[in-house]
Design a protein around this ligand. Structure first.
Ligand code: BES
Ligand code: MN
Ligand code: ZN
Length: 489
């Protein structure tokens, strides 16, 4: 979909369909001459209730009226959702060019960005494996953002970020037999190739993972014949335009392309969803691409540990002990707690590569879904300034994260009996926080944050997120890089 901004009135654009938002207790902002839109409101057909839809034809165009709710409760998320439902109706009605007349007096919610994000995310469909690509045709071809003010910059930025979200969704939705660790590595190479001046990538396989002493990562990978991939992306802005005070960011993603649980095998129900266990890795790869496309003045290292977790003849077994790259020995009490094994070595690797702030993104524990459902992602941090940056970035991006506790008493629960650390804590002892404390052992004192995205990685049920991968945390990671580069001006 092409996206443009104009300062022309919506009615005078070439769009076949115009979307107007309705705020409770406020009239239609710019009506057509005969007052057809307000008449629809007065008749009770068009409502300001959030996401209510009404359609009419006037002045040679189709008009979609969408509810935005009350002025007090209006926020960027409300606008994204309204954009999502309006897109759905417009598409159904065969619209080709859609023009949004931006809601007035909503500047603080950056409505141009919200409309672009909501529309492009809602328009996403995963059809790569359908033999008839019917969904791709018949869609909306152009989105026009109309306002008195010029929003070209906000629109351009939103397009870059939303395309990255949708690219991450593609990686998530691709079945595990196609989205192998090698394929994820190839995507990272393609993303880097698009920015040859500023983004470089290294992808290494099993031999090198073992040679680098990443025994925890290698242990997970030994259960499958599929070649694992340690993906390292490095973004250096052009011309070395970064102040020394700006910390090097390290983004670390869990890239388990299929998690069967290993020898501690998962029950069959829902196992197909374990193709999404690489969501954190997808977010890191695509966020780096967006950061490079935006040319942000900050250095970022992206590390993704990609492997399958299967149960082949060489698979790790409960009780096995491995030595991590950090030198700590790890006792595998449950082979299904594989994410923390992969991440332990990736966090260490990011630190060795020069990361001065760490954030990992991982579908780590089912328990976070019991705590936070599909609403919030779990969030841990061991440094208040870094925590504030991450929380601020997520809020700006409109992704919900909820701070969870770290505590020495959780750390005690993952002490090993035969090794330094165990990858399992006793039942019902705060599995998400004990997993976080496990990771914490590998961060070497570098300010660190951890996002557990099990509940938010797919099927979020949002109006702008079709069933399947959500591309969660791409927006937050990009906002985080923006924020750090801005703060350090
Ligand atoms: N990938 C899973 C976590 C997961 C569960 C993601 C459900 C999405 C939906 C992770 O590797 C895992 O299996 N975690 C175990 C840890 C346990 C063995 C301590 C879990 O949560 O059950
Ligand atoms: Mn697992
Ligand atoms: Zn997993």
């Amino acid at each position: 979909m092409r996206v443009t901004a104009t300062t022309e009135a919506a009615a005078s654009t070439a769009a076949d369909t115009i979307v107007v938002g309705l705020v409770e207790g406020e009239g239609v902002p710019h009506d057509v001459e005969d007052g057809a839109l307000q008449a629809l409101v007065d008749a009770g057909e068009a409502k300001a209730r959030p996401r209510a839809l009404a359609v009419t034809h006037a002045a040679g165009k189709r008009w979609i009226l969408v509810g935005l709710g009350s002025r007090e409760k209006l926020d960027a998320e409300g606008i994204r959702l309204a954009a999502g439902v309006a897109h759905g109706r417009a598409k159904e009605l065969g619209a080709k060019t859609l023009c949004w007349e931006l809601p007035h007096k909503a500047k603080e919610h950056d409505p141009a960005r919200a409309v672009v994000e909501g529309t492009l995310m809602a328009a996403y469909a995963f059809t790569a494996f359908k033999s008839k690509g019917d969904d791709a045709s018949g869609g909306i071809e152009e989105l026009v953002i109309s306002d008195h003010h010029d929003h070209a910059d906000a629109v351009a930025r939103a397009v870059v970020v939303t395309e990255a979200v949708n690219a991450a969704r593609d990686l998530q939705n691709t079945p595990a037999n196609a989205m192998t660790p090698t394929a994820l590595g190839e995507r990272a190479q393609a993303v880097a190739a698009a920015h040859p001046e500023t983004l470089s990538v290294e992808v290494v396989g099993r031999e090198e993972i073992v040679a680098r002493g990443m025994g925890a990562f290698a242990a997970v990978a030994q259960g499958t014949d599929e070649e694992p991939a340690l993906i390292t992306l490095r973004y250096e802005p052009a011309g070395g335009a970064v102040a020394d005070s700006v910390p090097v960011l390290g983004f670390v993603g869990k890239g388990v392309t299929f998690d069967s649980g290993g020898i501690s095998i998962k029950p069959g129900g829902g196992m197909a969803d374990m193709k999404y266990d690489m969501t954190g890795g997808a977010a890191v790869v695509e966020a780096l691409g967006a950061i490079a496309a935006l040319g942000l003045p900050v250095r970022v290292i992206g590390v993704v540990g990609a492997t399958e977790n299967l149960l082949g003849p060489r698979a790790m077994k409960p009780g096995d002990v491995f030595t991590s790259a950090a030198g700590l020995t790890v006792q595998v009490d449950n082979t299904d707690a594989e994410g923390r094994l992969v991440l332990a070595d990736c966090l260490h690797h990011a630190r060795e590569q020069g990361a001065e702030r760490l954030i990992d993104v991982a579908t780590l524990t089912g328990a976070i879904m019991s705590a936070l459902g599909r609403v919030y992602s779990g969030f841990w941090a061991d440094d208040e300034a870094w925590a504030a940056d991450v929380a601020g970035a997520a809020a700006e991006a409109g992704e919900l994260i909820w701070r969870m506790p770290l505590h020495e008493r959780y750390a005690e629960l993952v002490k090993g009996s035969t090794a330094d650390v165990a990858n399992l804590s006793p039942p019902r002892t705060g599995a998400s926080s004990t997993a976080a404390e496990f990771l914490h052992r590998f961060t070497g004192g570098v300010p660190w944050a951890h996002l557990d995205i099990c509940g938010t990685a797919w099927d979020s049920g949002r109006a702008y997120a079709p069933k399947g991968g959500t591309g969660v945390m791409v927006r937050t990671l990009v906002a985080l890089a923006e924020r750090v580069s801005r703060d350090s001006d």
